[in-house]
Design a protein around this ligand. Structure first.
Ligand SMILES: *[C@@H]1O[C@H](CO)[C@@H](O)[C@H](O)[C@H]1NC(C)=O
Ligand SMILES: *[C@@H]1O[C@H](CO)[C@@H](O)[C@H](O)[C@H]1NC(C)=O
Length: 437
């Protein structure tokens, strides 16, 4: 009797193991890589072409093409940059999905939203959830879009309204403008939060029903500054999602906090900071609300956030530091307040002009930073840089591993050192994370 029971049990186990294996090859080792395809339009060393993606594709399990938008009048998914994506010019959608011929294990998804859709029009991300007519138009357009361009799935990087910046005592409201408002609804207050949350749950359910018949995936990207407990009904959407990519980074950035430079992407809470602004708090929200660990994927930024230091800034550089708006733009990316890892890294070497003083993170909890203080004699501004490097990216991967999560989501490839300018090694942040999973 006994041997029979255990061999029967073994057969059942084997069957389950096989099933799980075929269902998700990368249950705990997903390396989801986003590509901002608009980086193709940069000039100089910041321009990332399809061939430049290849060294990453043996490391990434998923490639997410960012970003498509929604048409405000018809609620259909559409390219935000037809010349690049679909047109006779480059046709990047097809070029990218055809990479699967060379990398047969790779899954390529299209992402919608991602704050690439014009800021003035983001209300459509709410309106589309409100009626079954709007939802169905959106869903039908997604299904035919994926089929036309041969994507394996769709990612919803939904542009819900961001949490308002809390005013701290002792900080002054900013007098400085000119930094593009990326994820800010200004004074907008969503009076129909619950309706939008429920509508989104139905949209996800109905979209997944359609995708299932086509064997295509559906994932969610939780963008920075969106309060999950308001807009995501975790218990009711999770069964219709293949993964949730948690962008628990850019928590502090020079747009939201112009006068105070601080860690942009901590894993854990530290003293005096907003308790929800870290990887651990957001992971706990989803997992305490019924999300299996294997569906939670931890976002890792490849970019740094920078602030300008002036004569009012503390000289020691220990965050939080008094600052005055975004740091100067970098030579490859030309965006104030942001540097790619290649741009940061080249300023950390001993011989570099404008060398930064680097401070590592032995606690493995908060991230690395580097700075150059204000120069009193010359009267020149300093800079404070909160950044991710291969070690801190590895720490986030180790967190994912220790908690039994699904893996990591790298945001994004064009802001890693994809040319290997810094140490000769291409995609050091992707590697730093991947090898710790
Ligand atoms: C993508 O890169 C372009 C070019 O640098 C930039 O203008 C744009 O803001 C980026 N988009 C996102 C969503 O990060
Ligand atoms: C998120 O929303 C909940 C209410 O649903 C609130 O209790 C919490 O404070 C909010 N978090 C932030 C960071 O605003």
């Amino acid at each position: 009797m006994r041997p029979l029971m255990s061999s029967a049990a073994a057969v059942v186990l084997l069957f389950c193991a096989n099933f799980a294996f075929s269902a998700d090859l990368h249950e705990h080792s997903k390396v989801v890589c986003y590509w901002n395809s608009t980086s193709f339009e940069r000039s100089g060393p910041g321009k990332l072409k399809v061939d430049d993606l290849k060294p990453a594709l043996s490391l990434c399990t998923h490639l997410i093409y960012g970003f498509a938008g929604i048409k405000p009048d018809t609620f259909e998914v559409s390219s935000l940059n037809p010349n690049l994506d679909t047109g006779a010019g480059y046709g990047l959608y097809r070029q990218v999905t055809h990479l699967k011929r060379e990398y047969p294990e790779l899954k390529v998804y299209l992402s919608i939203g991602g704050n690439a859709d014009p800021y003035e029009e983001t209300h459509k991300y709410l309106t589309v959830t409100e009626t079954s007519e709007a939802r169905n138009k959106f869903i039908h357009s997604v299904i035919s879009f994926l089929a036309d361009y041969e994507f394996d799935g769709v990612d919803l990087a939904w542009q819900f309204p961001a949490v308002k910046v809390k005013k701290n005592r002792g900080t002054f409201s900013s007098l400085w403008h000119g930094f593009k408002k990326i994820i800010n609804y200004g004074k907008f207050k969503d009076e129909k939060e619950k309706e939008h949350r429920d509508g989104f749950t139905i949209l996800v359910r109905d979209l997944k029903t359609q995708l299932r018949t086509k064997n295509k995936a559906l994932t969610l990207t939780v963008l920075p500054h969106i309060n999950s407990s308001i807009y995501y009904d975790a218990r009711n959407i999770v069964s219709n999602l293949d993964a949730i990519h948690l962008f628990a980074f850019d928590e502090t950035n020079p747009e939201r906090s112009p006068k105070k430079a601080d860690y942009p992407a901590p894993i854990y809470e530290s003293y005096g900071r907003e308790p929800s602004d870290n990887v651990d708090a957001q992971t706990r929200y989803w997992s305490e609300n019924g999300t299996p660990g294997s569906k939670i994927v931890i976002g890792i930024p490849t970019f740094a956030r920078t602030w300008r230091l002036t004569e009012d800034s503390e000289i020691a550089g220990v965050p939080p530091v008094t600052a005055d708006g975004p740091g100067a733009e970098g030579p490859h990316t030309a965006i104030p307040g942001l540097l790619s890892y290649a741009e940061v890294c080249s300023r950390l070497t001993e011989s570099s002009v404008g060398r930064l003083r680097r401070v590592n993170d032995p606690s493995k909890k908060y991230g690395a930073y580097a700075y150059q203080a204000y120069d009193k004699k010359a009267g020149t501004d300093g800079i404070w840089v909160g950044f991710e490097d291969p070690d801190t990216a590895g720490n986030k991967a180790l967190y994912a591993k220790a908690k039994g999560l699904g893996g990591v989501a790298i945001y994004e490839l064009s802001l890693d050192d994809f040319r290997g300018i810094c140490s000769g090694d291409k995609y050091p942040i992707v590697k730093g994370a991947k090898f710790k999973l």
